[in-house]
Structures are given as C-alpha cells and as structure tokens.
Write a protein that binds this ligand. Sequence first.
Ligand code: GLP
Length: 241
Amino acid sequence: MKIIRAKDYNDMSRKAANIISAQVILKPDSVLGLATGSSPIGIYEQLIKWYNKGDVDFGACTTFNLDEYRGLTADHDQSYHYFMHKNFFDAINVPAERINLPDGAQLDAERECARYDAAIRAAGGIDLQLLGMGLNGHIGFNEPDEFFSKGTHCVDLTESTIEANKRFFASADDVPRQAYTMGVQTIMLARRIVIVVSGENKADIVRQAFFGPVTPRVPATILQLHTDVSVVADEAALSKC
Ligand code: GLP
C-alpha cells in the first residue's frame, strides 16, 4: 500500500488524476472503475481539463461505476447516473455504450446484480478502480458488516450513511434506503486501486482503515491486502496517522 501525501484537496485531486491519466495513456482501452461522492469531483475536473488540452483520450475506455441507489431512475438528479454525466461523462469522450452503472430503476435486485457482474467479467475485469471512503470506512456502499461481501449486491444503507448523504437531498427522508454496490471482492479483483481521502473529519477513519487491523467492521481495511493500492490523502486526512 502506497500512501501519497497531498497538501490539500486540490493537490490530492491532481495527484490522483495523474495516476488515472497515466493509466489511460499507457493503456487506452483501460477498464476504469469510477466512484461518486465529493472526494472524486476534483479528479474529474482535472481529467476534463487534460482531455480538453488533448493530453488524455477516453475514446477507447470502458467504465463501471461502483454503485447506484436502488429505486432512483437515471434521470433523477440525485442518482449516480446523473452525477457521473454531470461531473464527467458529458465533458469527455467515453462512448455511451461503454459507460456502465448499476440500474437503480431495475427493482429485481438479483437480476440486476447478476447482470452487472457479468458485464464486468465480459469486459475483462477492472484495470484501475477509483474509490472514496465513507466516514465509517465503507467503500462503494459496502457498509460495516460481519463478513466481506463478494459480488455486486443490494445493501441497506446505515443511518450514518443516510445522515452523511442527506445534504444532497431535500431531507433525510428522501435518501433512498437501499443501493446496489459492487462487492468487496469485486473491488479487490481490480488490478490497481486508487483511493482518495480528504479532510479532517476522515482522519480517524483513515487511521483505522490503513493502519488498523483488517476487519469487515471497517470495510476499507481489506485494501491493506491488495498488492497495488495507492492511498492519495491530504494532510488533514492524514493528521492522526
Ligand atoms: C457515498 C458513496 C461512496 C463514497 C462515500 C464518501 O456513500 N457511495 O462511494 O466513497 O459516499 O463520500 P464523500 O467522498 O462525499 O465523502
């Protein structure tokens, strides 16, 4: 596990964007695993700038997002489909048919999760997975649990996650209670992982996740066992390490 120290959020975003653009330059047909949340927004902004300058081309890439709220349609302004189009896809050239997210409108969870896993397998697996981390150490929507999850599955969101995500909705009652998420095993099968963490409010969980014992109670701890993980974190997030 490589810890890459960044000064602040912008520096973290630039450093992580550098790793992703190098991946795409070296392997133009990369399969990218992408994430939502406030942590990766700066990365997407940086990659768009480089794309506009002609420094990086996503025309041969395939993307798979980590997760999606169950019950939200793609055009709902809080869906992760909407987020990804607004913050990244609409500004770059990944072909629409190679953009993949779980379909929140498909309420048959078993069917949707099986479809998503099959699509990842058919694409040859994920070359580089970008991750953020929740305040309780969740990755994707893999919440603290007794076990590490395997493939894509449907989860009940914890109160802490609903609380953290309610800022994006009119009220906490509007936050969906369930989501489809890649499993921990799906994430661990990615050939490379880049996880970005920023801010003082994540300092405690950063310490537990990357320096504490590996436990499904803090899902991100499993990343310590992956052979190619870069943690890109700013000084505030690393302040308790
Ligand atoms: C959500 C997403 C995660 C993300 C986490 C942290 O729950 N499902 O993929 O990592 O929030 O979000 P933020 O980056 O806004 O702190």
